[in-house]
Design a protein around this ligand. Structure first.
Ligand code: 5AD
Ligand code: SF4
Length: 497
């Protein structure tokens, strides 16, 4: 019986992956990227209505519990999945126990992110036993890897639906299949990726909005699983991005975060590259901030820095992941820049934008890394004096080049190196924000403080958290704040009337 079912689902899976092509966009390697057609979206809208009809029979409002792991791109995908759920009639529960449907959108970037998902899916066993009608779905980067999808399917027989990164827009159809036919469905087609425009989006924040401008990655850094799970780089058409941002600003959003694995290679091969896109997005009326992530140093140009420096609205924050301060390791990582080029960029950015906030990502314990290499990273950190650094211990990812490299250093040794790195950045970061004390910064007030409810919290043009005293009407407004104190992770200030 199980075998027949599987065969049936594989067949069904082939049917649902029959994508229709409406138009072509250029990926940065000149290859065509496929846009989901209006006809396909119409079909999904039909399935949205079918799911609505099914859940209507529950006799109560259907509730979904969704959680996104990993990066902002994933959060943005989850806003689309939530958007589709909302249109399917779902409300949102604050825990899996009270939900009719649980959806985890997973991350594959490091092993500990995956372990967390395995743990959380494991914990759903009891909820499913109490409520056998509950649908459990797991999607995203982690299950786009076939060996993980297989493990998920075998270890957790109560997971109903597993789907990868390239069929997000088919969620209504897949969910309807589960409700209608029962059984389990695994849908993880390989693809160089599609661009799904026009999906509903459920944004919970009224002040900040994320806008993906490109998907996938072509860089093949040897440690990184992203190109494998998210496919080749493909950019959204500039017109679509500009129209979306204009619409969001008209709706009253004040901060727009542009997303891509490597925004600097946006639009390569088309008429509008990233600096040009930023220029266009800087041209709207009113007060707002445009920020973006992530920049790859190999494609970060002086032109981009000039655009930021000359802009009215673009955040004075550059997140420029260096990964290592050793040229030998950068080569093994396939990063396509050396420390000299990186430092030149940093110096140019600081000369053009003196108040810029500089942050980075660093990996410790890459295969073959020695203490000498680590020392070079520490030296680079001292030279750049980052405002903050996200540091990671190398995690072996099956299917990447680095996974095949010799990795003789013990985990214990890597742990020691990691702590040394944290200590150095801790010392640098401790006083990094002190330079803003006494200055007046323009701050977008975002809400009540995370650690102190009595204070409001917001972000400066440099994308630094600023806490201040004030009343709730300031939320969503820009105010001038005189900075009185610097903490390692935030600034404290008072509004100037
Ligand atoms: N191991 C550890 N860190 C990694 N990153 C990406 N892949 C790995 C890996 N295999 C880090 C990089 C990247 C950030 C998002 O995650 O520093 O910039
Ligand atoms: Fe984001 Fe990369 Fe994690 Fe996917 S694997 S969610 S792209 S960080």
């Amino acid at each position: 019986m199980q075998k027949t079912l599987e065969k049936y689902y594989i067949l069904w899976y082939t049917i649902i992956y029959d994508l229709s092509v409406e138009s072509e966009m250029r990926g940065s390697d000149g290859l065509a990227a496929v846009t989901v057609s209006e006809e396909e979206l119409k079909e999904q809208r039909f399935f949205i209505q079918r799911v609505r009809a099914v859940t209507h029979l529950f006799g109560h409002k259907p509730m979904a519990y969704t959680h996104s792991y990993g990066c902002q791109q994933n959060v943005s995908d989850s806003e689309k999945l939530d958007g589709m759920l909302e249109e399917m009639g779902f409300g949102f529960a604050d825990s899996p126990e009270n939900a009719d449907l649980v959806l985890y959108n997973t991350c594959a970037v490091r092993e500990n992110a995956e372990n967390r998902v395995f743990g959380n899916v494991g914990a759903l066993k009891h909820a499913k036993r109490r409520n056998p009608e509950m649908v459990i779905a797991v999607c995203g980067c982690m299950v786009q890897q076939e060996h993980i999808a297989q493990r998920m399917k075998e270890r957790f027989p109560y997971v109903d639906l597993i789907f990868g990164t390239h069929v997000l827009h088919k969620f209504p159809e897949m969910l309807y299949g589960i409700y209608e036919k029962g059984g389990r469905l695994v849908c993880i087609p390989e693809s160089d990726g599609i661009v799904a425009e026009g999906l509903p989006v459920r944004r919970t924040d009224r002040i900040k909005a994320s806008v993906p401008i490109m998907y996938g990655c072509n860089n093949f850094c040897t440690y990184c699983i992203v190109p494998k799970v998210r496919g080749r780089e493909r950019s959204r058409a500039a017109d679509g991005v500009i129209a979306e941002v204009r619409g969001l600003l008209e709706e009253g959003y004040k901060e727009i975060l542009l997303l891509g694995q490597n925004v600097n290679s946006y639009g390569k091969g088309s008429g509008t590259d990233f600096p040009q896109l930023l220029r266009e997005l800087d041209g709207f009326d009113g007060e707002y901030v445009i920020s973006f992530m992530t920049s790859h140093p190999k494609d970060c140009s002086h032109e981009l820095i000039d655009v930021i420096a000359d802009s009215r609205h673009i955040s004075h924050h550059l997140h420029l992941p260096v990964q290592s301060g050793s040229d030998r390791i950068l080569k093994l990582m396939n990063r396509h820049y050396d420390t000299a080029k990186y430092l030149e960029l940093v110096d140019y950015a600081r000369s053009r934008i003196p108040d810029i906030q500089l942050t980075t990502d660093i990996i410790v314990g890459f295969p073959g890394e020695t203490y000498e290499d680590l020392r070079m990273t520490l030296e680079l950190m001292e030279r750049v004096r980052y405002d903050s650094a996200f540091t990671f211990i190398y995690s072996r990812r099956e299917g990447t080049k680095a996974a095949e490299m010799d990795d003789p250093v013990t985990d214990e040794e890597k742990g020691k190196w990691f702590r040394e790195l944290l200590e150095v950045q801790g010392r640098i970061g401790e006083n990094a924000y002190a330079r803003y004390v006494g200055q007046t910064l323009r701050v977008l007030v975002e809400g009540r403080g995370r650690t102190d409810e009595k204070l409001l919290t917001g972000k400066s043009r440099q994308n630094i958290i600023v806490d201040l005293a004030g009343s709730d009407e300031l939320q969503g407004k820009f105010v001038d704040v005189r900075i009185t104190k610097a903490l390692p992770w935030a600034l404290i200030g008072e509004t100037i009337q």
